[in-house]
Ligand binder design. Structure first.
Ligand code: NOJ
Length: 750
C-alpha cells in the first residue's frame, strides 16, 4: 500500500473546490485497472469472508459491495480496502433499505398515502440510522417511478401515480436518508431509481418494454427525478426496462443529455443488477464487450453485479472503443461521493456513532406513519369506529389478521417480524378483556380456495357484535417480478366476504395489499373498508386505534383504484380528449335498449361495461370527522409570470372528533400548446382540526408551477386561462378561475 494524502484536515477542505482537488489528485494516481475497480460493484454473496472477494478488494478491483449488512463483516472488508489495497480507497456498501430497516415502515405506496413529507422524511431518517449502524452507507431508494398500473408488482415500492406527489415525497425521503451532510453520523447516500419510465412496463408485467413519448416522459415520468437531482440525491439507478427501443442502461438521451447536460447532475449512475450484460439479452448488443461499451458510453458509471466492466473495460479502452475521459469522468463521480460521505476519514462502522434512537421512538414513528397511511375507502352509516363500550364481542377473521411477516410488505431483508404487532395482537392489546375476540383464520393464505373454514367463520360472526375481516394479499404477491393480471382479492376471499355477510353483523374489511385491488365484487357487501397497504411493524397497533376510534383515518389514495382491470391505465390526470365522457353520455351495458342502433349510445370515451369513473379516485380518503370547504379565494384575478398566487379556503371540521384532513389543490390549464390533463395536483396540506374548528388553508402557486413541456419538448410557462379546485380528493368540486399573464408581453394587462 502507498500513502495518498486523502484526508481533509480542516473544514475549508470540504469546500467544493477542495473536494474537486482531492478527487483529481487521487484520480491522477490511479491505474486503469484501479479505475475500473471503482466502477465495479459486487454482491457480497454468502460468505463476506470469502477469499476471492477479499483478494479482489485488496487488489483494487472492487469499488462497492452490496448486501453486506453485518458491521463486523463490513469492517473486515473495509479494512482490506483501506489497509491492503494500493491506494486505500474505501468501499461503498449498498443495500435496499426501501421502507425501513429493522423497524419496518409501511410500504412506500402506503407512505405516499400520508401526503406528509415531514413524516416520510422522519421515517427515512430512522431507516438511515438503523442501516448505518449495520454498515450500510448507500441505499437503493427512493423508487420514484411514476406508477399508473396496479398490476405492476413494483407499484408497492412507488410513491404512486402523480408526478407532484412523488416529487415531494421522493425529495423528503432523500432528505431523510442523506441529512444535510452526508458525512454526518447516521446519514447514508440515496439512490433515485429507476431511470426512467420503468413504471410504464407494458400491461404491468415487470421488466417488460416501455414506450413513452418524449413529451409524456418529460411531463410525467421525469419530474420526480429532476426534483431528486435538485435536492442533491447522491446517485441514480438505471432501469431494467427498454424505453422506446433503448434500455435505460444504454440510454444516452436520458443519461447524458437529460441528466448531465440539462440537469447538471454531479453524482454517479449505477446500473441495475446485471442490467449491463442484459443489454445483450434485450438484443441491443451482441456480447458483454458491446454491452459494457454501450453502457459506459451512455453514462452508466458503475456496474452493479454484472461483471461486464470488470471483464471488458480495459480491453475496450486499449482498443480505443472507450476513451479514458469517459472512464475518468465516471470514477471522479464515484470518488466524489466517497469523499462526501467522509469515508476517507472514517471508513469503519463505529459502534455508537450513528445517533441512538430508542426502540420506543422508532416504533412510535413507524406507528404514526402507519396511522396516517391507512385509507378509509368506505364507511356506510358510520359503521366505524367501533365502540369499545357498545360492543361486547368481535369476530376477527381472515388470513392476514395475524401474519407478522406478511404485513411488512415487499423488500424486507432486515426487518424483524418479531417486532410486528399484527391486527389481531393490536386489537387484543387495545381491548384487553373488555371485548371478547373470536379469531378464525378461515383461509390458510390469501390464495387458498378451500372453504372448509368458512363454517367456523360464520359461526364466529353470528356470535359476535361486529366482524373485522383481514383480507388482501401477502408480501410475495407484490414487489419486483410479482405482477398480477387479475388484481381482485385472490383465492376464495370474495366468497368468504359473502358467507360472513350472512351473519348480518356490521362487516368491516381491513385490506392489506401492495397495490390497489379491484374491489368491485365485494365492496357492496362490506359496510366499511380500511385499506392498510402493507403497514409495517406497527401496522396492527395503528389499525386497532383506527378501528376503535382512538384515531381517525386520514390517508388519501396516492393512486386510482379501478373498477375493472380493463380500465387500466386509469389515473386522475388524464387528458380530456375530443369526446370526454359524462354521466349523461355514458350508457352502461345493462341499459342498452334492445336492438339499439350503433350510433344511439355512447359517442364519448368510456367502457360500456365499466363506465368512465374509477371505484375510488386519487386523493380519496374518508375520516370519522366530516369536512366542509368554502370561501375559495385568490389574492389576485391574474398571475403574472414570475409572481405567486395565494389560494385560500376555509376548512371546517363539521364532525364530532378531532381529525386530520389533507386539503388538495388541483389546476387545469384550459388551452395549451400541447393538450393538458383535466386536473393536476399542485399542492396539498395536512391539517389537524378539532370538532367545530375552522382554519384557513393557504397554498402558494408560483407561475413556474404551471410550466410544462410543450410541442418542441422545451419547458414553457404559457399565458392563458386556468381553473383550480381545492378539496379533499381529485374530485373536489370547489372551483375558481384565474389568468396567467405575461406582463412583459405587449398589450398584456394583469
Ligand atoms: C434489482 C432492483 O430492480 C433494484 O431496484 C434493486 O435496488 C437492485 N436489484 C439491488 O437489489
Amino acid at each position: 500500500m502507498i500513502t495518498v494524502n486523502t484526508a481533509a484536515t480542516d473544514p475549508s477542505e470540504k469546500s467544493p473546490a477542495a473536494l474537486e482537488r482531492r478527487v483529481a489528485a487521487l484520480l491522477a494516481r490511479m491505474t486503469l485497472a484501479e479505475k475500473i475497480g471503482q466502477m465495479s460493484q459486487v454482491h457480497a454473496g454468502e460468505g463476506v469472508a470469502a477469499t476471492p472477494l477479499r483478494e479482489d478488494i485488496g487488489a483494487g478491483r472492487i469499488g462497492a459491495v452490496l448486501n453486506a449488512v453485518d458491521p463486523h463483516a463490513v469492517n473486515a472488508l473495509q479494512r482490506v480496502a483501506v489497509e491492503e489495497s494500493r491506494l486505500g480507497i474505501p468501499l461503498l456498501f449498498g443495500r435496499d433499505v426501501i421502507h425501513g430497516f429493522r423497524t419496518v415502515l409501511p410500504i412506500p405506496l402506503g407512505q405516499a398515502a400520508t401526503f406528509n413529507p415531514g413524516l416520510v422524511r422522519e421515517g427515512a431518517r430512522i431507516a438511515a440510522i438503523e442501516a448505518a449502524a449495520a454498515g450500510v452507507n448507500w441505499t437503493f431508494a427512493p423508487m420514484i417511478d411514476i406508477a399508473r398500473d396496479p398490476r405492476w408488482g413494483r407499484i408497492a415500492e412507488s410513491l404512486g401515480e402523480d408526478p407532484y406527489l412523488a416529487s415531494r415525497l421522493g425529495v423528503a425521503m432523500i432528505e431523510g436518508f442523506q441529512g444535510e451532510d452526508l458525512a454526518a453520523p447516521g446519514a447514508i447516500a440515496a439512490c433515485a431509481k429507476h431511470f426512467a419510465g420503468y413504471g410504464a412496463s407494458e400491461s404491468g408485467r415487470d421488466y417488460a418494454t416501455t414506450n413513452v413519448p418524449e413529451n409524456e416522459l418529460r411531463n410525467v415520468y421525469l419530474p420526480p427525478f429532476r426534483a431528486a437531482v435538485d435536492a442533491g440525491v447522491a446517485t441514480l439507478m438505471t432501469s431494467f426496462s427498454d424505453l422506446n427501443g433503448v434500455p435505460g442502461t444504454a440510454n444516452a438521451f436520458l443519461l447524458r443529455q437529460v441528466l448531465r447536460r440539462e440537469w447538471g447532475f454531479r453524482g454517479f449512475v449505477v446500473s441495475d443488477w446485471g442490467s449491463i450484460p442484459q443489454l445483450s439479452v434485450h438484443g441491443l448488443t451482441a456480447d458483454d464487450a458491446d454491452a459494457a461499451c454501450e453502457a459506459v458510453t451512455a453514462g452508466v458509471d458503475m456496474d452493479m453485479a454484472g461483471g461486464a466492466y470488470a471483464a471488458q473495460l480495459a480491453r475496450l479502452v486499449e482498443e480505443g472503443r472507450v476513451s479514458l475521459e469517459v472512464i475518468d469522468a465516471a470514477v471522479a463521480c464515484i470518488l466524489r461521493l466517497k469523499f462526501r460521505l467522509g469515508l476517507f476519514e472514517r471508513p469503519y462502522v463505529e459502534p455508537g456513532r450513528p445517533p441512538a434512537v430508542a426502540l420506543d421512538e422508532r416504533l412510535r414513528i413507524a406507528k404514526q406513519v402507519a396511522l396516517e397511511s391507512v385509507v378509509l375507502l368506505k364507511n356506510d352509516a358510520g359503521t366505524l369506529p367501533l365502540s369499545r363500550t357498545g360492543i361486547r364481542s368481535i369476530a376477527v377473521i381472515g388470513p392476514l389478521a395475524d401474519e407478522p411477516y406478511e404485513q411488512l410488505g415487499t423488500w424486507v431483508f432486515d426487518g424483524d417480524p418479531a417486532l410486528s404487532i399484527t391486527g389481531l395482537q393490536g386489537l387484543r392489546d387495545l381491548l384487553g378483556t373488555g371485548v371478547e375476540i373470536r379469531y378464525v383464520r378461515a383461509l390458510e393464505t390469501s390464495r387458498s380456495r378451500s372453504t372448509v373454514g368458512f363454517h367456523e367463520a360464520l359461526d364466529a360472526a353470528r356470535a359476535s357484535d361486529a366482524v373485522i375481516l383481514f383480507l388482501g394479499e401477502e408480501s410475495i404477491l407484490s414487489g419486483e417480478a410479482h405482477s398480477r393480471a387479475d388484481i381482485s382479492l385472490p383465492g376464495a376471499q370474495a366468497e368468504l366476504v359473502r358467507r360472513v355477510r350472512e351473519a348480518g353483523k356490521p362487516l368491516v374489511a381491513v385490506i392489506l395489499a401492495g397495490r390497489p385491488l379491484v374491489l368491485t365484487d365485494v365492496i357492496d357487501d362490506l359496510d366499511a373498508v380500511l385499506f392498510a397497504w402493507h403497514p409495517g411493524t406497527m401496522g396492527g397497533a395503528a389499525l386497532a386505534d383506527l378501528l376503535f376510534g382512538a384515531e381517525s383515518p386520514s390517508g388519501k389514495l396516492p393512486v386510482t383504484f379501478p373498477r375493472a382491470v380493463g380500465q387500466i391505465p386509469i389515473y386522475y390526470s388524464q387528458k380530456r380528449g375530443g369526446k370526454p365522457p359524462s354521466a349523461e353520455s355514458a350508457v352502461l351495458i345493462d341499459d342498452i335498449p334492445v336492438r339499439a342502433p350503433q350510433t344511439s349510445i355512447g359517442n364519448t370515451s368510456y367502457h360500456l361495461d365499466a363506465g368512465y369513473r374509477p371505484l375510488f379516485p386519487f386523493g380519496h380518503g374518508l375520516s370519522y370527522a366530516t369536512f366542509d370547504y368554502s370561501n375559495l379565494r385568490l389574492d389576485r384575478p391574474a398571475l403574472c409570470i414570475g409572481e405567486v398566487l395565494t389560494v385560500s379556503v376555509d376548512l371546517v371540521n363539521t364532525g364530532c372528533v378531532a381529525a386530520d384532513e389533507v386539503a388538495q389543490l388541483y389546476v387545469c390549464d384550459l388551452v395549451g400548446n400541447v393538450t393538458r390533463p383535466v386536473r393536476e395536483l399542485k399542492g396539498f396540506r395536512r391539517v389537524r382540526l378539532a370538532p367545530g374548528e375552522t382554519v384557513t388553508v393557504s397554498f402558494r402557486l408560483q407561475s413556474e408551477d404551471l410550466a410544462f413541456f410543450g410541442r418542441d419538448n422545451t419547458l414553457i410557462v404559457e399565458p392563458g386561462e386556468f381553473h383550480l379546485w381545492v378539496g379533499g380528493s381529485s374530485e373536489a368540486g370547489l372551483r375558481a378561475a384565474f389568468r396567467l399573464v405575461d406582463a412583459d408581453a405587449a398589450g398584456a394587462s394583469p
